[in-house]
Ligand binder design. Structure first.
Ligand SMILES: [Fe+2]
Ligand SMILES: [Fe+2]
Length: 293
C-alpha cells in the first residue's frame, strides 16, 4: 500500500512536525481547559501552510482502510525489524531531518526531552517522565520508508462510522470503506462499549510504539503512547460509544499527557548531553538494554 503513489506524492508535508504545528493551531494553549469542551477550535483554518496539511489528510483519510490497518499490524510486529536500545532509537529517530524552518523547529530528540522535562518539573512519577521521553519513537517508521500519512496525523477508528469531529472529515468520502455498509454504522464491526483494545485505529506511530513498549511500561503510560494522537476521543469525546469504563478511567492519563506533548515547546533547546545520564538511568529502570523494534 505504501507504494501506491510515487514517493513525493506520498510525502506532502515538508517535515512531519508540520502535522504537529497544525494540531497546535487547532488546539491552542489559550483554549486548553482539560475535561471541558474548548471554545474555538479550527481557528486559523485557512493559512497558506494548511494546503500541505490538507493534502496530507486527503491521503491519510483515503488510504487508512480496515484492510490497510490489519496489513500494517501484521507487517510491523516488533522483533521483525531490529534490536535497539531506547537512547539508540532516539538517536536513530534524530537522523530524520526536519527540513522546513530550521530556526524554529526542534529536532526529534529535543521534542522528546522537552516533553519529558516538562513532566519531570511538575513532579510526576518516573514512568510518566519516561513515557514522555519515548512517546514519539514510533516515528522511526518514517525511516523505514513508510509514507507520512501512515506514521503521523490524528488517529481514528476504522470499521465504523467516521466522526465529523475528525479533522477534514470530508476526505473520508475518498476512502473505499465508505462504500462498505457494515463499516458505516455508528458501531460498525464493533460492539457498543467494547473497549478500545478491541477497536482498530488508523495505523501510525502511536500503535507501533505501544506494541514496542507493551511489556515495559505501566498501563497508564501505554494508554498515553497508544492514544495520544486520538484527538477525536481525548479532546472531542466523539467515541464514547466504543470506550468502556476502564478506557474512560485511563483516558484521564491520556488527557494529562497531551498538554506536555503540545505545549512544552520552548525557545531554549534542552541540553542533550547534560540530560543524557539522568535519562539513561531512567531508561534502565524500565527497559532492557535492547528491545525489539
Ligand atoms: Fe506523537
Ligand atoms: Fe510528540
Amino acid at each position: 500500500m505504501s507504494s501506491v503513489l510515487p514517493r513525493e506524492e506520498n510525502q506532502p508535508l515538508s517535515a512531519i512536525h508540520e502535522w504537529e504545528e497544525d494540531v497546535l493551531r487547532r488546539y491552542p494553549e489559550t483554549d486548553y481547559t482539560p475535561h471541558e469542551k474548548k471554545k474555538e477550535a479550527f481557528r486559523n483554518y485557512e493559512t497558506p501552510e494548511r494546503s500541505t496539511v490538507r493534502e496530507f489528510y486527503r491521503l491519510n483519510h483515503m488510504y487508512q482502510t480496515v484492510e490497510f490497518v490489519l496489513q500494517k499490524k501484521q507487517e510491523f510486529v516488533p522483533g521483525k525489524l531490529r534490536q535497539m536500545g531506547i537512547w539508540e532509537a532516539m538517536e536513530y529517530l534524530n537522523t530524520l531531518v526536519d527540513d522546513s524552518d530550521p530556526d524554529t523547529s526542534l529536532t526529534q530528540i529535543q521534542h522528546l526531552l522537552q516533553t519529558s522535562e516538562a513532566i519531570r518539573k511538575d513532579g510526576h512519577p518516573r514512568w510518566f517522565v519516561l513515557t514522555g521521553l519515548v512517546h514519539d519513537l514510533g516515528k522511526i517508521l518514517c525511516l523505514r520508508g513508510e509514507p507520512q500519512w501512515a506514521v503521523v496525523g490524528d488517529t481514528f477508528p476504522v470499521g465504523c462510522a467516521y466522526s465529523d469531529k475528525i479533522v477534514y472529515p470530508e476526505f473520508f468520502a475518498l476512502n473505499p470503506d465508505t462504500d462498505e455498509p457494515e463499516y458505516q454504522t455508528l458501531h460498525g464491526i464493533y460492539e457498543p462499549h467494547c473497549g478500545l483494545d478491541n477497536v482498530h485505529l488508523s495505523w501510525g506511530h502511536d500503535e507501533y510504539m505501544y506494541r514496542v513498549a507493551k511489556d515495559y511500561l505501566p498501563e497508564e503510560g501505554l494508554y498515553m503512547l497508544r492514544y495520544h494522537s486520538f484527538y477525536a476521543a481525548h479532546r472531542e469525546r466523539a467515541y464514547d460509544h466504543l470506550m468502556n469504563e476502564h478506557d474512560q478511567e485511563m483516558f484521564r492519563w491520556v488527557r494529562a499527557f497531551n498538554p506536555y506533548d503540545l505545549y512544552s515547546k520552548s525557545d531554549e533547546p534542552p541540553n542533550v548531553e547534560q540530560l543524557q545520564p539522568y535519562y539513561e538511568d531512567l531508561i534502565a529502570e524500565f527497559f532492557p538494554d535492547k528491545i525489539a523494534w
